[in-house]
Write a protein that binds this ligand. Structure first.
Ligand code: PRP
Ligand code: MN
Ligand code: MG
Length: 181
């Protein structure tokens, strides 16, 4: 039996740390958005796990929609070229939008997504990301909710992939360099 976690050099953030931090973020979001119909926009595919856990942790009513964009392809570096692979089904005019992401690396994906969604006439667009790499930022983005700031290492798990693998790990870990060199 091959264990998917065998390719990690270390676990950076455990399943329990993620669970507890998402609960804290959910309390802040509930307080900030009380009385508002929030549309959570998950960015496929990385945000699947954080969307599923955050949405179930929230006690306020929310709706969910999904966009698929990709900038990484199969490499470990962001290309900055963003493609829409699947657009939203929802009309954003007048909507209160909270983008849900797994990670902000260079910030290029979200910077592009923000201006794209803002051009559709929403009431507001904010961001909730589980992870952010401050050292990797190539654009400055205003992020309302951040789970963890992490060092500039290639991480996988909890939705984050390398070549589409490792998304099903329960925690976030550092991939052994031997896997991609
Ligand atoms: C990853 C990640 C973010 C984005 C962050 O997605 O899930 O969406 O890159 O990188 P950036 O801040 O440098 O733009 P990816 O393009 O790999 O697609 P995926 O979610 O399907 O894995
Ligand atoms: Mn992604
Ligand atoms: Mg990816």
């Amino acid at each position: 039996l091959t264990d998917v976690s065998d390719d990690l050099t270390e676990i950076l953030i455990s399943e329990e740390q993620i669970r507890s931090r998402i609960a804290e973020l959910a309390r802040a979001i509930e307080a900030d958005y009380a009385g508002t119909d929030v549309l959570l926009v998950g960015v496929l595919k990385g945000a699947v796990m954080v969307m599923a856990d955050l949405a179930r942790e929230l006690k306020i009513p929310v709706t969910m929609d999904w966009m698929a964009v990709s900038s990484y392809g199969s490499g470990t570096q962001s290309s900055g070229v963003v493609r829409i692979l699947k657009d939203l089904d929802t009309d954003l005019s007048g909507r209160t939008v909270l983008i849900v992401e797994d990670i902000i690396d260079s910030g290029l994906t979200l910077s592009w997504l923000l201006s794209n969604l803002n051009s559709r006439g929403p009431a507001s667009v904010e961001i909730c990301t589980l992870l952010r790499k401050p050292e990797a930022a190539r654009v400055d983005i205003d992020v309302k909710y951040v789970g963890f700031e992490i060092p500039n290492r290639f991480v996988v798990g909890y939705g984050l992939d390398y070549d589409e693998k490792y998304r099903n790990l329960r925690g976030v870990g550092i991939l052994s360099p031997g896997v991609y060199t």
